[in-house]
Write a protein that binds this ligand. Structure first.
Ligand SMILES: [Fe+2]
Length: 350
């Protein structure tokens, strides 16, 4: 090794040490925090969210905290099975998915752990998280009506329940009952009206169908656009995407049940896994995602609504105006999921 090399190494060392001392002198706490972050290293996430919706957020988390995020993206059923199979050996600290029905199911399978976090309980309203703090909503999705303004006068629209009335005969489009979104919606109908009345409503929907249920909300909205039906029920972000692609898109949105139970809402959300190797890092990521700094972007990327009540919506989502949401705790969507599936089956909703 040459003397020149050794000297330059020493100069670099002295330089780094001096910088460290200066930084310590200026901001001892922040520096110590940065050091522990560097040592903590990473957090591992399993998520059913599409990578383009969540990866930019993970990158920002890393920039702001120094903690790397490794994530695996797949459908929720596959990830749930994987977590079950891995058990204590799982590398995953956090599981993020959509719909309270899925989050509830994962909690039922014992895949989450309860976490005590003042910031999460401050940032996520009670109805949008698990009663035992095993999972927390991170964005709100609203499932409401869309209609074609040329064929429907807005004064005709009112409630999900009203879509069962004869005036909608042959004019209604629905997505398949197999989708958890509709299972959660029907679970809430059962909660509000009891099973018997809920079944009457669902039977009324079925008898009003213009066509077989669709396999996607986007197909449904396009059917309304094309005149196959006049009204349907969808998650608003699907309409938002179509409006983004085609300004002046001819299908309009209506906030359902504003005089009664409120719009049916659901969440995307997540929790720290039961056997997380780094539970404190998992908690930190969830806290960051629910924080004021991250919520606007988290919601906007999928044209959803922030869960954090201190964060405003923006873009297309804001043009739809404010709405009253159903504030029934979302755990009900899970608790009544099996009941909802059986009821839809009895009502002939495929
Ligand atoms: Fe969706």
């Amino acid at each position: 090794m040459s003397i020149k090399y050794q000297i330059s190494k020493w100069i670099v060392w002295i330089g780094l040490t001096a910088t460290t001392i200066m930084l310590s002198a200026c901001q001892p706490n922040e520096d110590q925090q940065n050091m522990s972050e560097a040592l903590a290293g990473k957090v591992v996430v399993y998520t059913s969210r599409q990578p383009h919706l969540i990866e930019p957020l993970f990158k920002r988390f890393t920039e702001e905290t120094g903690v790397m995020v490794e994530f695996t993206s797949a459908n929720e059923a596959a990830l749930i099975e994987r977590l079950v199979a891995e058990g204590e050996q799982t590398p995953a600290d956090v599981f993020i998915t959509v719909d309270a029905g899925n989050l509830w199911f994962a909690a039922e399978r014992g895949l989450f752990q309860a976490i005590e976090s003042e910031s999460l309980t401050n940032d996520v309203p009670t109805a949008l998280r698990d009663a035992n703090n095993e999972w927390f909503g991170l964005s709100i999705r609203a499932r409401t009506m869309v209609y074609h303004p040329d064929r429907v006068d807005v004064s005709q629209l009112s409630t999900y329940e009203n879509l069962a009335s004869p005036e909608w005969q042959g004019r209604l489009c629905l997505r398949t009952s197999r989708k958890v979104y509709n299972q959660s919606l029907v679970a809430m109908l059962i909660e509000h009206h009891g099973e018997e009345r809920a079944q009457e409503i669902v039977e009324g929907w079925v008898s009003n169908l213009a066509t077989d249920p669709f396999s996607s909300d986007t197909q449904l909205i396009k059917a309304v656009e094309a005149g196959q039906c006049d009204v349907g029920v969808v998650n608003t972000y699907y309409l938002g995407r179509l409006i983004n692609e085609t300004p002046n898109y001819p299908v309009a949105l209506f906030w359902a049940n504003q005089e009664s139970t409120g719009v049916h809402v659901n969440v995307s959300g997540g929790g720290v896994t039961r056997y997380a190797p780094r539970p404190e890092m998992g908690q930190r990521l969830l806290e960051w995602l629910a924080s004021e700094g991250a919520q606007a972007e988290f919601a906007l990327r999928n044209l959803e609504f922030p869960v954090n009540p201190r964060v405003e919506s923006s873009g297309i989502v804001a043009t739809w105006g404010p709405f009253e949401a159903d504030n029934t705790p979302l755990v009900v969507a899970g608790q009544r999921q099996a009941q909802a599936v059986q009821l839809m089956d009895r009502a002939g909703y495929r």
